[in-house]
Ligand binder design. Structure first.
Ligand SMILES: N[C@@H](CCC(=O)N[C@@H](CS)C(=O)NCC(=O)O)C(=O)O
Length: 276
């Protein structure tokens, strides 16, 4: 593991590391913010999953989360959004292949060799973080768009592993929208029965842990009606009494300006669970 960036930020350190991932079979970058409290003992970790086209850089340069993390004594880990490298399969479109890992384990050629972002984010990355940094095993999850989908699905599939979960502008029902249909067809194959295990709206009905969901959605979001459709999640949650706080914010679009506007509230939400 090699540190490739090291910058003082909000009293702590914003670092980027590069390591060889066994799960993904390639070199990967991840960002880690260590708050000042990490100098004195282990701190909990919020994992941030970014959206389509992103790397580990988007969140750390645009969201402005570090000052809130410093206030609450929380580390934030932001991985890249897909495997990378010359021998990793790709597609010319922005919504498939590199930058579009969808936080699942692909089963289909040519993707299945490297596209295992689910195992990477759930298992390999936390094991590395918890072994090498001054952090505890208290974990939280958040993310944006494709990463909001990832945060919801990872939490729903792993009861007890995360203390809290939230999402910005998530793709709540990938099986029912074009971004998800394209990616799931490619990565998982055409049988839609295989898609349900990777679809937050489908998973809600069978969840064994009713971990409250905090979802932030801008009403000026250009992808709202076609790709995100938060009311599908609302309906699924209402049907089984799964706690959901869906904050619909007039005017905000899909960008990091929206995330920067409400990330403080989300870090507060995670801090309450992580420090409970
Ligand atoms: N039209 C956009 C769609 C992709 C997009 O909006 N990506 C979001 C996540 S789904 C993002 O975070 N982009 C990078 C950024 O804003 O920094 C494009 O082609 O780049």
């Amino acid at each position: 593991m090699e540190r490739i960036e090291h910058r003082a930020c909000a009293g702590g350190w914003q670092d980027v590391y590069r390591h060889q991932s066994v799960t993904l079979g390639c070199a990967m970058n991840f960002a880690i913010y260590l708050p000042p409290q990490a100098e004195h003992g282990p701190v909990p970790v919020l994992y941030w999953l970014s959206g389509l086209t992103c790397t580990e850089q988007n969140f750390i340069t645009k969201a402005g989360a570090q000052r809130y993390a410093a206030e609450h004594g929380i580390a934030i880990v932001a991985p890249d959004t897909s495997p990378r490298g010359d021998d990793v399969a790709d597609d010319a479109a922005y919504d498939l292949g590199k930058g579009a890992g969808f936080y699942l384990n692909a089963t289909q050629a040519p993707w299945a060799n490297h596209y295992r972002m689910y195992d990477y984010v759930v298992t390999e990355l936390p094991a590395l973080i918890e072994a090498r940094f001054p952090v505890s095993q208290a974990r939280a999850l958040s993310g944006h768009s494709m990463g909001g989908h990832g945060a919801l699905v990872l939490a729903l599939r792993n009861p007890g592993r995360y203390r809290s979960v939230s999402a910005f502008s998530p793709i709540v029902a990938p099986s029912q929208v074009p971004w998800g249909e394209k990616a799931f067809n490619a990565y998982l194959g055409p049988d839609q029965a295989d898609w349900q295990a990777w679809d937050a709206t489908a998973l809600i009905a069978h969840a064994t842990e009713r971990l409250p969901l905090l979802v932030e959605q801008g009403l000026g979001d250009e992808f709202l009606e076609k790709q995100l459709r938060p009311t599908l999640l609302q309906t699924a949650c209402d049907a089984v009494g799964h706690p959901l706080q869906l904050n619909l914010r007039p005017d905000y679009d899909h960008s990091y300006y929206f995330i920067a506007s409400f990330i403080g509230e989300h870090v507060d939400w995670h801090a309450r669970a992580l420090h409970a």
